[in-house]
Design a binder for this molecule. Sequence first.
Ligand code: ATP
Length: 481
Amino acid sequence: MIETYLMNYEKALQHNIFKIISQSAKEIRVDCYVIGGFVRDFILKRGDAKDIDVVAIGDGIKLAKQVAKNLPTKPKVQVFKTYGTAMLRYDDIEIEFVGARKESYSEDSRNPKVENGTLEDDQNRRDFTINALALNLNVSSYGDLLDPFNGVEDLEKQIIRTPLTPDITYSDDPLRMMRAIRFATQLNFTIERESLHAITKNSHRIKIITKERIVTELNKILESKKPSIGFLLLEKTGLLDYIMPELTALKGIDEVDGQRHKDNFYHTLEVVDNISKNTNNLWLRWAALLHDIGKAPTKRFSKKVGWTFHGHEFEGSKMVYHLFKRLKMPLNDKMKFVQKMVFMSSRPIVLAQDIVTDSAVRRLVFDAGDYVDDLMTLCEADITTKNPKKFHKYHNNFKIVREKIIEVEARDHIRNFQPPITGEEIMTTFNIKPSREIGLIKDVIKEAILEGDIPNEYEAAYRLMIKEGKRLGLKAINKND
Ligand code: ATP
């Protein structure tokens, strides 16, 4: 519980930048306030903020320039004319200046008509009461809190609420629906009932928001401590159907002849929460979110074996590409990483269900390469069984797999495998041109190493090459000839 009645707001303004802003504002005769996330995070004690938003009752750009003039470092002011904002950096802090404004919206765009306004107008246009808090920077009332919508009380009650009617707030700018859910996830707050209704009602309006902005919010949800909070809200409000139907398709449990499969949507969310305890790697978290998406299109039932999802890993990895493309996410090595994780996501568990052999581990390391540790982290998170016996068995086997990975790696150097005998060497040894036999010999050597029949060393591989060449009817020429 935060004890705001004892709070000294002037303490939030200790950094010398605030005094300089205050002084600069006085010089050009405008009033100004710190507003939004900085104030919210100070009250929540969320650590040192690196972003400060300053609203000027007047020309924000002029204020930014005056501040820059008064700062010892004379930073460059970046002006965004279309938005009427300006930004400068000082002491690792990004400070954004904007003139107070009044906004009015039209049906088909989230970009409002903007006019100059008062502080009150500016607070009215903010998305949530907890984001509308302002601290006075004017010399006469320095450090006074301006909280017209009881945002502090909402911080105490841990509630996300809009300053004005929720229906209008979300319809005006549907991005706010994503932001509400993102803040609820990051702060572990509850979205007020009326807001939740309004989001559900307006969920279809998410279509007017650019994919890039949606993904920014999704990433923030995924980077939170417990991402399932956000995805459950996205599902409940209907937003997820518009954004990622691949995930909602995983919902539900089918039953035929008394045989049921698990609900793969809730399972997925459990996996995402699990993995978030062990990694901050955003892309590994994406992999956890998408690891089962191939299960919806591959689901089959047969009387003999019950429910199956054959090939869902391959299907899922193809779907990753389409999903990334649709959401305008990068189609680069990050996407390939997610694809690879999804594609290989069943491998370690299959391995861990049985006796863990060296050769199976070597094959895993060979296929996963540098990603083998990430893959193990994903697969450990994938253990959501409620059967304690199985839970312990799988975790224990994964421990053995991890130990064996280290052991096998130290001995055989399988990660980023380079064949000890090159195609070039095979050609010169048998005096042959590029041909099928070269591939065959290389495969036999690779298989023998992975099986553990020979060590990953030149001498042993050379001997096997000669033997295999002979079997194929090739004649080795003497090196000394
Ligand atoms: P964080 O830095 O964690 O994202 P923040 O609250 O600083 O949190 P910003 O996106 O930087 O978020 O926005 C700064 C402030 O601008 C917010 O606190 C809020 O007052 C206002 N704001 C941002 N986006 C919107 C929006 N879509 N509608 C209304 N107000 C908004």
